[in-house]
Design a protein around this ligand. Structure first.
Ligand SMILES: NC(=O)c1ccc[n+]([C@@H]2O[C@H](COP(=O)([O-])OP(=O)(O)OC[C@H]3O[C@@H](n4cnc5c(N)ncnc54)[C@H](OP(=O)(O)O)[C@@H]3O)[C@@H](O)[C@H]2O)c1
Length: 204
């Protein structure tokens, strides 16, 4: 997802910094992406983690759901003032259920761990990675509580050539995560593959 989103973001005229726990891998991806992509690492020592803010205004957590809260906690105030996009699908091992408790979501747990000035927007979790291949379009459902952050994420999605669709407040992240789970089940059952999108077809 990091690679697919970064490629699409660059094509849409955005600056991209790839950050990974393995600097060599981050550099390799940045080189493959070309354009103006740069690489950063959150390093191995806590002092480096706390001291190195990501360069961008928007930070996309393209990591396994279980890693997201620890990463945001490690960064702490280095994320102050950023908009955090949570793309994670917190599904169990056989993708038959969510690992989050009822009444919450991965995105809401990330928001609790993030600085107050770093609003979390759930987005992209209902888009399969290869659907982001250049030239393909999809609806990107998103949810969040901060209007300015949502406007920024909406503009970002638009810049990727995708259609942003506001699903409401961050409490809707639970249902977006359920939708991600549903999509995986559809891929394994009725649809039979992962090469599809789920969107809204407005009739009026
Ligand atoms: N694949 C999809 O179609 C899709 C669609 C929608 C949403 N999502 C969600 O997007 C997220 C990423 O999915 P993916 O398919 O891109 O997974 P992936 O290919 O396995 O990539 C996961 C990335 O997370 C990094 N990572 C893992 N644990 C980490 C940690 N503790 N600290 C720092 N970095 C860590 C990995 O780094 P290393 O290379 O160093 O291991 C790797 O770069 C997941 O939450 C998934 O649910 C995926």
């Amino acid at each position: 997802m990091a690679s697919a989103l970064a490629a699409r973001a660059l094509a849409g005229g955005n600056a991209v910094e790839v950050i990974g726990r393995d600097l060599a891998k981050a550099r390799d991806l940045a080189a493959r992406l070309g354009d103006s992509a740069t690489a950063g690492t959150f390093g191995t020592a806590p002092a480096e983690m706390f001291g190195t803010p990501p360069a961008g205004d928007i930070v996309i957590l393209a990591v396994p759901s279980a890693s997201a809260v620890p990463i945001v906690t490690q960064y702490g105030n280095a994320l102050a003032g950023k908009v955090i996009i949570d793309i994670t699908n917190p599904v169990n091992a056989d993708a038959t259920g969510l690992v989050t408790a009822d009444g919450t979501s991965a995105a809401q747990e990330i928001a609790k761990a993030a600085p107050a000035s770093a609003p979390v927007v759930k987005a992209f979790n209902t888009v399969f990675g290869h659907v982001l291949t250049p030239g393909r379009s999809a609806d990107v459902l998103f949810a969040g509580d901060d209007a300015q952050a949502k406007a920024s994420v909406s503009a970002f999605i638009d810049s990727l050539g995708l259609r942003p669709l506001d699903a409401g407040g961050l409490e809707m992240a639970h249902w977006l995560e359920g939708t991600g789970l549903l999509m995986i089940s559809l891929a394994r059952n009725g649809v039979g593959n992962f090469d599809f999108t789920l969107g809204v077809n407005a009739l009026s």
